[in-house]
Ligand binder design. Structure first.
Ligand code: GLN
Length: 488
């Protein structure tokens, strides 16, 4: 085999996507780790923040995270029908870089504009790049799964770099340096993608076939929607209307839930699915609920847990005060270390015919999430007695959350592509990321409520979260006995 034309035995195009996703996630997680610290930071001092309240800031963080993943849905539609996936990724990456550079401008007025660019760019990039990964493996299902595993590594290498660089620069030098570093990271990704895009060959090159006049019509719809959207955004940015972040986040959470619900109902009743496809759809619905709940805890890392790290955790290591964001290293590092172990465990169990079904794996993910917040409640109780607490509490919390992630996230992505109705394949990534969107916005709402009254109000919210993880985990386990169709 000519190894110079492969990437760890995979099509060489995977390298292009790996590096693009790595830099995109570097910028995404690097900036995200600074976001609530910047918004809630004191307005005076050497590195002044915006001085906003916890409730507002966490809600904005939630809206941002929710929007990022929600935009994957229109991003997929645009790629499928108008741009093709390759071009969508390129344009998305450019817009993301523009967003981070806008955030790097050291004035408050451009803050929301920068976030909006990152949201729109990520919508074009995140789902579509995942789709191209799949297209590199036409007809080779087994290889495709391991391709996605390698791709998942790029996400975590990227976020490690992001925490390392952006948190250091943003917290120790100045917020806008951290945002700028995220922009430079994304720019590396753009350059790399332009240089090596040809290695993707035909994968993701062309949009769906359709008559020219139909495409023209869809393009016109898109242009009109974009103009409308920018008029609304512009009016908001110039102060023609104001939005209460918490109220908006709440409405957005309802909106996303209704959209997801309607989409499942539509697929179930009106999409002409056969009985087997319908059974699989029920399974996907259960996984969807599990995933949304899971991300609502997972996304606390850059929200309430980030604040817990800043305000109530001792961050000194041999006399050096590490940046707050560095604690979030734990997640990607543990993913890289444990992903092979988890894969090995599933493979061992499969050999004995004991590989857990998808709902059981999701339930395991949620049980780990519940455990992680139990640890946090212990940490909060200790902090109520004497603060700050040691960093082992957050590290242990992230260890359990990451074990949960490994039971749920890489598997979820491939489950949606494998068990989704074939004719709706292109939309399955959008659906999967819609669960992340709901999780993200809930994370902001719950995080704000948790921090509303300082340390005292944290535990009741975390207890509530533990309860719903347990309820959904038990429901998934119970239903896994009934819904077996899709287990392979
Ligand atoms: N950590 C993964 C990523 O960044 C999954 C995130 C999510 O779906 N919420 O791609």
């Amino acid at each position: 085999m000519n190894t110079s034309n492969t990437f760890f035995g995979h099509p060489i195009g995977l390298r292009t996507l790996f590096l693009t996703e790595m830099w995109e996630r570097m910028s995404y997680y690097g900036m995200r780790a600074l976001l609530v610290l910047y918004m809630t930071g004191a307005v005076t001092g050497f590195n002044p923040g915006l001085g906003w309240s916890q409730v507002e800031s966490q809600a904005i963080y939630g809206i941002y995270s929710g929007m990022v993943y929600f935009m994957v849905v229109p991003g997929g539609w645009i790629a499928d029908n108008i741009l093709g996936h390759q071009k969508a990724v390129l344009i998305g990456a450019l817009i993301i870089a523009l967003g981070h550079f806008t955030l790097a401008i050291p004035i408050e007025q451009t803050f929301f504009l920068g976030l909006i660019f990152v949201v729109l760019g990520t919508g074009l990039l995140k789902g579509n790049i995942s789709t191209i990964v799949g297209q590199l493996y036409e007809g080779q299902d087994d290889k495709r799964d391991s391709g996605y595993t390698i791709f998942y590594m790029s996400i975590n290498i990227g976020s490690t770099l992001g925490f390392l660089i952006c948190s250091y620069l943003g917290e120790k030098i100045g917020w806008h340096w951290g945002f700028g570093a995220a922009g430079i990271g994304m720019a590396f990704g753009v350059i790399q993608y332009i240089k090596h895009r040809h290695l993707l060959g035909d994968a993701g090159m062309h949009p769906n076939e359709m008559p020219d006049d139909k495409r023209k019509k869809l393009t016109t719809y898109l242009k009109v929607s974009l103009v409308g959207m920018f008029m609304v955004i512009g009016a908001g940015l110039f102060g023609f209307f104001t939005i209460d972040p918490r109220f908006f986040a709440e409405q957005f959470a309802y909106f996303l839930t209704i959209i997801a619900g309607l989409y499942f109902v539509y697929l179930f009743l009106f999409a002409g699915l056969n009985a087997a496809e319908r059974k699989n759809l029920i399974l996907l619905f259960l996984l969807f609920v599990g995933a949304a709940a899971f991300w609502s805890g997972f996304d606390q890392s850059a929200g309430s847990l980030n604040i817990f790290a800043r305000d109530y955790t001792d961050l000194s290591i041999v006399g050096y005060e590490i940046p707050v964001g560095w604690l979030q290293f734990a997640n990607p590092v543990i993913v890289v270390l444990f992903a092979p172990i988890f894969a090995g465990i599933w493979a061992q169990l499969a050999r004995k015919n004991l590989d857990p079904s998808l709902p059981i794996k999701f339930a395991i993910g949620l049980l780990f999430m519940a455990l992680s917040f139990l640890i946090m409640i212990v940490a909060v109780n200790i902090a109520l007695e004497s603060s700050p607490v040691g960093m082992q509490w957050l590290l242990l919390t992230y260890l359990f959350q990451t074990w949960g992630e490994l039971a749920l996230s890489p598997i979820g992505l491939s489950a949606f592509s494998r068990y989704g109705p074939k004719r709706y394949m292109g939309q399955m990534f959008g659906l999967w990321f819609l669960a992340s969107a709901i999780g993200g916005v809930l994370a902001g709402l719950l995080g704000g409520e948790a921090l509303d009254g300082g340390l005292e109000t944290i535990s009741p919210v975390f207890e509530f979260m533990i309860q719903y993880y347990l309820v959904i985990a038990v429901a998934l386990i119970a239903l896994s006995f009934v819904i077996k169709t899709a287990k392979d």
